[in-house]
Design a protein. Structure first.
Length: 72
């Protein structure tokens, strides 16, 4: 365990049991969200790069349609 994490746990140990449980639930939720994000998008950088390239080509060729018309 890193020193910083040890310090965080030391500080958390001074909280009330209710606050400790709330912190633990928040931390576990964050870690699960990060895991799901990585599983969903962690290997998508090449796909995102190719979509960006395609979008730029469409823009350069005039095939792209603005999301907001110029007259607004």
């Amino acid at each position: 365990m890193t020193e910083l994490l040890e310090k965080a746990f030391e500080n958390a140990s001074k909280l009330t049991p209710l606050e400790q449980d709330a912190l633990a639930k928040w931390l576990l939720t964050q870690m699960e969200d990060d895991r799901r994000w990585d599983a969903s998008f962690g290997n998508s950088s090449s796909l995102l790069a190719s979509l960006a390239t395609e979008a730029l080509r469409e823009k350069d060729s005039g095939a792209a349609v603005p999301l907001v018309p110029d007259e607004l």
